[in-house]
Design a binder for this molecule. Structure first.
Ligand SMILES: Cc1cc2nc3c(=O)[nH]c(=O)nc-3n(C[C@H](O)[C@H](O)[C@H](O)COP(=O)(O)OP(=O)(O)OC[C@H]3O[C@@H](n4cnc5c(N)ncnc54)[C@H](O)[C@@H]3O)c2cc1C
Length: 452
């Protein structure tokens, strides 16, 4: 399927132009709402392929994008060169060092499976099929976040090809500026070809979900506020999701077509203590379903049961200094039945280890935030703009408590204004200076958006 393009002679993986067979599959993404039409797509097999692709693009001034799974495609695009890393999916666990080394296209489900036999777990998020690298560069807010912090806090080393086509090994000692920036700053520095990140000794956890009827939305949110304000241990990470489930056979019968408010819990302490900790939530009222219990870490993706099929979506997020019950309830109600767009609202307690930066610091912003509030709507072009306007209206009443944004939960086309809000002004300024220094021609600017 390789084209006759001259770059194909320097690259082992496929090099495809729009007219070539396989082009559509190579440019497809989990995010189905933002079409990418690069002039060339390179299905890299290794770091040498990535380097050849970057050099080719740099010599011709072609903008470069990088994609692993396409969960976080930053924009619809036309032209340029896309590096698809999905074939670079090597995963190697070092049980003694409690680390994993992954290639650029590895997915969390692979790491979960490889780490489990050693009693270890990664700091993955809710979607096991999302990419390790994109998630971690964007901070990485995971199932065990309050106990261990952001995934970015646990990165030991990165391999990066910068805009000059040079490979760089990035660690706290070797390239300290890039090491600081890539962990949370994500885009605009180059193409990451490999990553080494810490694992944690978590073979099992107590957790699951309590699902309530949407009529209890305000009561669930009140209970969640009181519960999370009442000194929960850092070993407990939780969130609330409100959704109007579609009426489809793939869902458990009691949830189909119903407005549901679900509390999701992951607790690494013992099950008896976990039971005791969740008890106050049960006082809210009857549960439609309740699935809580001890599980091996390998089963933890069942807690969120994220969708696995590609679809179009756009979404935004606010980091909050406090949970104002009236404003958050209003936000969740507006995103519920009768909303302009099919939407999912998610509220998550932060704090714990998330508030404590690693010793050497990194670019992850707003560690003082106490809650994250997100909305994600199913919307393809041309409705995306209307969905964004809808999100803007939902957010308005929460502005007094807004301290920033969480990069990984900003979905849909990159919006420079929102992107900046993911960082304190000083952090953003430093990131922009480093982007300018390492990529003066803006080869990778396609993903970082401009600071203007
Ligand atoms: C269903 C769902 C659930 C999610 N749950 C969570 C969650 O619990 N916690 C959380 O923190 N996030 C979560 N996310 C967000 C997700 O982590 C980000 O969208 C992340 O960027 C996805 O990375 P990817 O490689 O899978 O996606 P891609 O779209 O392939 O990559 C996303 C971006 O990452 C950058 N990138 C990827 N690979 C490279 C590379 N090799 N070099 C340089 N840059 C690169 C690029 O900017 C790219 O545009 C979720 C997303 C979805 C859709």
């Amino acid at each position: 399927m390789n084209s006759t393009h001259p770059l194909a002679r320097q690259v082992r993986g496929p090099v495809l132009a729009p007219a070539d067979d396989g082009y559509a599959a190579e440019t497809a993404a989990f995010q189905a709402g933002l079409e990418q039409r690069p002039d060339l797509v390179v299905g890299a097999l290794d770091a040498d392929d990535v380097r050849a692709a970057v050099r080719h693009a740099a010599a011709r001034g072609m903008p470069v994008r990088v994609q692993a799974t396409g969960h976080g495609v930053p924009a619809a695009s036309e032209g340029g060169l896309l590096i698809n890393t999905r074939r670079m999916d090597g995963v190697r666990v070092d049980p003694a060092a409690r680390t994993v080394r992954v290639q650029a296209g590895a997915r969390w489900e692979q790491v979960i499976a490889a780490a489990a036999p050693h009693g270890l777990a990664p700091l993955n998020g809710s979607a096991p099929h999302s990419g390790v690298v994109g998630y971690t560069l964007g901070g990485g807010l995971g199932l065990l976040a309050r106990q261990f912090g952001y995934a970015a806090d646990h990165v030991r080393a990165l391999d990066l090809v910068t805009a000059d086509g040079e490979p760089r090994h990035v660690t706290a000692r070797e390239e300290p500026e890039l090491f600081w920036a890539l962990r949370g700053g994500r885009s605009g520095f180059g193409a990451v070809t490999g990553l080494e990140v810490g694992l944690v000794p978590v073979p099992r956890l107590y957790g699951g979900t309590l699902a309530f009827d949407g009529a209890l939305l305000a009561d669930v949110l009140r209970a969640y506020r009181d519960w999370t304000a009442g000194g929960l241990p850092d070993e407990l990470t939780s969130s609330v999701m409100a959704i109007v489930y579609p009426d489809i056979p793939a869902l458990p019968e009691p949830l189909r077509g119903r407005h549901v408010v679900q509390v999701r819990v992951a607790y690494t302490g013992d099950a008896a203590e976990g039971e005791r900790l969740v008890e106050p939530l049960r006082t809210v009222g009857p549960r439609i379903t309740e699935k809580l219990g001890d599980m091996p870490y390998t089963e933890s993706p069942t807690i969120h049961a994220d969708p696995t099929d590609p679809h179009p979506y756009t979404g935004t997020n606010m980091l909050l200094s406090d949970l104002d019950l009236a404003a958050v309830t209003e936000f969740a109600e507006q995103g519920g039945p009768g909303a302009e767009f099919f939407s999912v609202v998610q509220l998550q307690q932060l704090g714990g280890a998330l508030a404590r930066p690693p010793r050497d610091g990194n670019a992850v912003g707003h560690r003082d935030a106490r809650y994250s509030l997100s909305v994600l709507s199913v919307a393809a072009q041309p409705e995306e703009a209307a969905a964004r306007a809808f999100h803007g209206r939902l957010e308005e009443p929460l502005k007094p408590w807004a301290v920033g944004r969480f990069l990984n939960f900003l979905f849909g086309a990159v919006d420079p204004g929102r992107l900046r809000e993911a960082y304190e002004p000083e952090t953003w300024r430093r990131l922009e200076e480093l982007r300018e220094a390492y990529d003066p021609s803006g080869l990778f600017r396609t993903e970082a958006a401009t600071g203007s």
